[in-house]
Design a protein around this ligand. Structure first.
Ligand code: ZN
Length: 136
């Protein structure tokens, strides 16, 4: 089994944002030369996340972000963390900091409507995404 590690930067431009990173992840997979295996997409940040969801209709992203904002308000009496970004930490843990995608024929084996998203919850910032590709 071969292991290939890659990474790329993501520059967010809003406090909360979902950025489609499918093509960048596919770029790492292509560079790895691995045809069959899997890829782990990992976000090394405590106020951001990685998720897979629909990338065809941008209203889905809007609805996800607005639902998260309603569930976990930016300001709330009772937050203790002094940085004022407790909501972003909570959203990061709720969504999770990684995803795993199968690779078939050198391509991410995603569903027709699926895309991989970097979720920013405390931007704008310069972020990093790590990708480990494993297989043969
Ligand atoms: Zn914080």
């Amino acid at each position: 089994m071969k292991i290939f590690e890659g990474s790329f930067g993501v520059d967010s431009s809003d406090r909360s944002e979902m950025i489609d990173i499918t093509s960048q992840v596919q770029g790492v997979v292509s560079k790895s030369g691995i045809a069959c295996g899997d890829a782990v997409i990992y976000c090394p940040h405590t106020t951001a996340a990685i998720t897979i969801n629909e990338n065809a209709d941008s209203d889905v992203v809007y609805d996800i972000l607005s639902t998260l904002a309603e569930l976990i308000p930016h300001k709330r009496a009772g937050y203790r963390h002094c940085e004022g970004n407790s909501d972003a930490h909570c959203k990061s843990s709720l969504i999770g900091c990684s995803e795993q995608v199968l690779i078939k024929g050198g391509k991410l084996n995603l569903g027709t409507w699926q895309g991989i998203f970097f979720c920013e919850f405390d931007g704008p910032r310069n972020r990093k995404v790590l990708v480990q590709v494993r297989g043969q």
